[in-house]
Design a protein around this ligand. Structure first.
Ligand code: FES
Length: 179
């Protein structure tokens, strides 16, 4: 990362911490915002947050490790999280998982080489009666089938092919909504 990029990143984090209050309660919301905006929380970010909040970096690392939605590695633009808890398991999550892996050419825990998609497992998403349930960034999909996987991925791919960068970012940050 270039020095100017680091300065920009640091300025963004300082602004967020100001917004959330310059104390420990800002920690999780700030990490979540960084995750949403940059796709991961780097060691540099943890160090900056630690400096500003006067918390030991090891503690920041512990918090970031505890929450599965905060990642240390660069992830894809679209993070697909498929529920693997029992209701979705019994409603066919394995077939959906296979279709996702086949369509994207990666396994769960991996990111496509073009950096567009990451596949992850999730625990219960609160939609047990409409499983299998899946999150794509913050949008939830229910009753997902292998056929609908294809449509969902196409919908994501269109974002890269057709829309402006600003529209892509808006789509990546859509609020949670049932489909
Ligand atoms: S078990 Fe999958 S949403 Fe609850």
């Amino acid at each position: 990362m270039l020095v100017s990029e680091r300065e920009q990143l640091r300025a963004n984090i300082e602004r967020q911490i100001q917004d959330y209050g310059n104390n420990r309660s800002a920690l999780i919301p700030v990490l979540q915002e960084v995750q949403l905006k940059y796709g991961h929380v780097s060691e540099y970010v943890m160090q900056v947050v630690a400096d500003i909040l006067n918390i030991h970096p090891v503690e920041i690392y512990g918090v970031a490790s505890f929450y599965s939605f905060i990642g240390h590695k660069q992830k894809g633009r679209f993070i697909i999280r498929l529920c693997r808890t029992i209701s979705c398991d019994m409603q066919g999550k394995d077939r959906v998982a296979r279709q996702l892996e086949n369509d994207l050419g990666i396994r769960f825990g991996e990111t496509t080489p073009d950096g567009n998609f990451t596949l992850e497992w999730a625990n219960c998403l609160g939609m047990c009666d409409q499983g299998p349930a899946m999150l794509v960034n913050e949008r939830i999909y229910t009753q997902v089938t292998p056929d609908s996987v294809h449509d969902i991925l196409e919908e994501c791919r269109k974002v890269f092919g057709v829309h402006t960068l600003q529209e892509k970012e808006m789509l990546c940050e859509l609020p949670t909504q049932a489909k």
